[in-house]
Design a protein around this ligand. Sequence first.
Ligand SMILES: *Cc1c(COP(=O)(O)O)cnc(C)c1O
Length: 235
Amino acid sequence: MSEIAENLADVISQVAAASSRCRRDAEAVELIAVSKTFPAEFVRQAFEAGQLHFGESKIQEAEPKIAALPGSLHWHFIGRVQRNKVRKLLQNFEVIHAIDSLRLAAYTDEIAKELGLFPKVFLQVNLGSEPTKGGFDSEGLRADMDALLALGRLEILGLMCIPPAGPDAESSRPWFASLRKLRDMMEIEFGVRLPSLSMGMSGDFGVAIEEGATHVRVGSSIFGKRSYRVDGELG
Ligand SMILES: *Cc1c(COP(=O)(O)O)cnc(C)c1O
């Protein structure tokens, strides 16, 4: 077995263990293998080991990889969305995880209409109000929610967060719990279903699953240590 296949098997068993700790069905958790900075060949190895969902955070890097790999892969854009890249993102990715403003959502809706698409998206919430991260704050999300729901082309799956960096996995738990609570309250206040929560990375995906994550974004635990930083926030 390749090292990537071994790592993947290990992560999958940790997903199953975390799911059973909280009596959730492991099938209800989508593992997204974050392949940013790693070559297409690494993605192929994971694919051959059975992995179908992959995450990238830069369109320039992702486009040639997506083109080089089988069409049966499911691509998630997990990076910060730049307005001038929206068209390319919609053409290449099935899910966009970090819609961070009403203005961006409205523009994405408009381009989706032009392209004849109904993209799946997550709304990013900046729980720690960190200036370096994008996202709605919880009050802003409430204020914009009616307008967001009126965008007929976007299928809003739920909420996404990248919690402030902490010393260990447990330090992410309160942030994950508060994203879930916010989701639960929004569902009641707005009478909608927001079934999905995109939260948890290599360091804390087990805790995220215990707190209700439906999509975990795991890179280095599968593909190894990244040798350079990709964006301002996360290397
Ligand atoms: C890079 C990245 C990940 C994966 O991080 P790892 O620690 O390597 O698992 C997850 N989510 C986002 C938004 C990222 O940018």
